[in-house]
Ligand binder design. Sequence first.
Ligand code: NAP
Length: 481
Amino acid sequence: MSAPIFPNYINGAWVEGPTFENRNPADTNDIVGLHGKGTPECIDNAAHAAQQAFAGWAGLTAPARGAFLFKVADILDRKFEAISAEMTREEGKTLPEAKGEVRRAINIFRYFAGEGSRLAGVLAPSERDRVHMFAIRKPVGVVGLITPWNFPSAIPAWKLAPALICGNTVVMKPASAAPLSAWRIIEACHEAGIPKGVVNFVSGSGSALGSALVHAKPLKAISFTGSCQIGQWLHAEASKRHLRIQLEMGGKNPTIVLADADFASAVENVVNASFFSTGQKCTATSRAIVEDAIYDRFVEAVVERTKKLKVGDGMQPGIDIGPCVDKSQLNTVLHYIEVGRKEAGEPACGGRHLTEGPHANGYFVEPTVFANVTPDMVIAREEIFGPVLAILRARDFNHALEIANSSEFGLSASIQTTNLSRMYEFIYGIEAGLVTVNLPSAGVEYQLPFGGSKDSSFGPKEQGPAAMEFYSDYKTIYVKY
Ligand code: NAP
C-alpha cells in the first residue's frame, strides 16, 4: 500500500507538489506519510495569503473566533485515538504519552477559545476630569510559527491557538521529523471552516525555508521553539526587520535531591523526568545534583529503577521508553555517551545502542546513568536531548544551588526536599523559568506561563495568560466627555 500524502495548505487549499518521507523511528521500514516539500515560494504565497485574510479575521469578534477554536478542539477530540497513534508512529513516544499530549493540545484549543470571551484590555482612572481612558488589545498581524518535533501536537497548538484568538493570521512551519501531528491540527482548522488564508502550513526543511519565512514581507512576528543555534540566527535576522520575536530553546535542567527528601519519590521523579519521552523533553532532567549524605544510596536506587525500564516500540503495551526521533538524534546521544565514558568512566547503567531483535529497525538506546560527574564535564554542561542522566555530588544545599545555577541555560529546575525553608530558598534562588518541588522537572500545564530564562529563552512567555502578551498589542484610548 502506498503511503498517504499530506500536502501543504496555503490560502485554504491543499497544494500538491514534491514530497518528503516521514518514517517511524521505531521501525524505519514503516513510512508514516509523505509530506509537502515546501519551497521559499510556498512560504511567500502563504505569507501573502495570511496578509489578505488578516482584516477579515481580525474584524471578527473575539468570541466568534473562539467559536472556531472550539470546533477545532471538537474535531481533534473525535479523532483522538487515531491522532495519538499517528504521533507514536512518527515521533516514537509511547502511546500513553502521545495520548496525554493530544489531550493537552485539545485542552489548549478549548482554553484559548474561552479566552475569546475574556480578551480584556486595561481600564484605569484618569487624573483629568471627565476623561475616560482605556487600552484595548489588537492583533499583531501575520505571525510565523516554527515548531520542533518533540511535542509535535502540543507546541503547534500552544502557538496557533493564542495567535488565532488574538486575531492574527498564521504561517506554520512544522519540524520535518514529525510533521503529521501538526498537519492534523491544520486539517481540523480547515474542517472547522476557518476562513481561507487565516491558517497556512508549509512543511519542508528548515534550512531551505527559514530565510524565506523570516524575510517574508507581510510577517510581523515569529515564534520559534527549537535549538539555540537556529534560535540565535533567527533572532539576528528578525531584529534587522524589527520583527517581534519569541524563542524557546535548549536546557540542561537540574533536579536537586536533598538528604531530607522523600527518598522513593525523589528516585521516581528523577527517573521519570530523565528518561520518559526518551529524555527528549525540553524540561527533562539531565543533571541530578544529590547531597553527599545520600549520594551513593541514591545512585544505586536510580540505577536499579532505570534497569527496569523497557525500551521498545511505543505502540506496544508495557514499553516505557521509545526510540530517539531520528538517526541524527541517535548519533548525538551515542556521541555524548562516548564523551561521558571518557570523562566519568563506564556508565552506572545503560550506554548501549540497541540493535537486535525488536530493536533492529529503530533508533533505540538504553537509558544511561553516569555517576561521579563533576560540573566542569561536557556531559554536565551541554544539552544532550536524550535518555542520559548525569548525577553530580553536592556538599550541601548551597553547593547544590551553586552547581545548578552554573549552567548557561535556565529552562526548568526541580528540588526534592521536605524542608520548607530550603524549598523557598530554591524557588527564589534558582535561575530558571519553570520550577517544580517534589515533582519531576518535566510536566507542565497550559494554564500558566511557560518559558525559561538565561540562554534558554528570549521574549515574552508562552501559554496561559502570558501568551496574549506576545500575540497582541495594546491600543490606548483617551475620551473627553
Ligand atoms: P531545531 O533543529 O532548531 O528545529 C526546530 C525547528 O526549526 C524545526 O521546525 C526546524 O525545521 C526549524 N529550522 C531548522 N533550521 C532552520 C532555519 N535555518 N530557519 C528556520 N527554521 C529552521 O531543533 P530540534 O532539534 O528540532 O528540537 C530540539 C531542540 O528544541 C532542543 O534544543 C530542545 O531543547 C528545544 N526545545 C525547546 C523547547 C522549549 O520550550 N524551550 C521545547 C521543545 C524543544 P526542520 O525540522 O525542517 O529542520
